[in-house]
Design a protein around this ligand. Structure first.
Ligand code: FES
Length: 191
């Protein structure tokens, strides 16, 4: 190998090495910052009192939590919204067992717009591309001019339970808020 070629080769290797030393910490810093955002998202939250939920009429609740990036903590930010649907009235005995509540993510599974409640038809509708869902979150097809429901799956059902507050004895709805990938027929958790 000629001396000039060897020197060229060595200087290019040194250049690559220096770029890696400088670049890798920078890239991992940015990735860590991105990973940190929404770090408070995946948590059980108390979102509503059972007595405030009318039977068969969806109620939207915000999901509040701390959002943290590499530089700042933003407490009590709106991380998302959830639709609560109460399915049956409570009875006198053990209402936390008998009253069923379903919680759906308000994020449309198609492309992520906010799903709204159509009070007239009492069903869910996405304003962006007119995906329709029943109160059970299932896709509704063949409706007034909508040839095909653009949503690839039903609304995302979230884990939800009823708990009795130890101090007030009121029954509250608790939800585990999670985000899922859009545009897929199956639910895939966002990481
Ligand atoms: S984003 Fe909801 S229908 Fe397209």
């Amino acid at each position: 190998m000629r001396r000039r070629t060897l020197l060229k080769w060595i200087s290019s290797c040194l250049g690559t090495l220096c770029a890696s030393v400088v670049g890798i910490p920078g890239v991992s810093f940015v990735l860590q910052a991105l990973r940190k955002s929404n770090s408070d998202g995946d948590r059980v939250r108390r979102v509503a009192r059972l007595k405030d939920l009318p039977v068969g009429k969806p109620v939207a609740v915000p999901i509040l939590g701390a959002r943290e990036d590499a530089w700042t903590v933003h407490p009590d930010e709106v991380l998302g919204r959830v639709w609560l649907v109460r399915r049956n009235p409570e009875t006198q005995e053990r209402p936390e067992v008998t009253a069923q509540v379903a919680a759906f993510s308000a994020t449309c599974p198609h492309l992520g717009c906010a799903v709204q409640h159509d009070a007239k038809e009492n069903r869910f509708q996405c304003p962006c591309h007119r995906a329709l869902f029943g109160l059970d979150g299932e896709r509704v097809t063949a409706n007034k001019g909508v040839q095909q429901n653009p949503s690839p799956r039903a609304m995302d059902l979230l884990d939800c339970r009823l708990v009795t507050d130890e101090t007030t004895q009121e029954i509250w709805v608790e939800v585990t808020y999670q985000k899922f990938e859009q545009g897929l027929t199956k639910r895939v958790l966002k990481v």
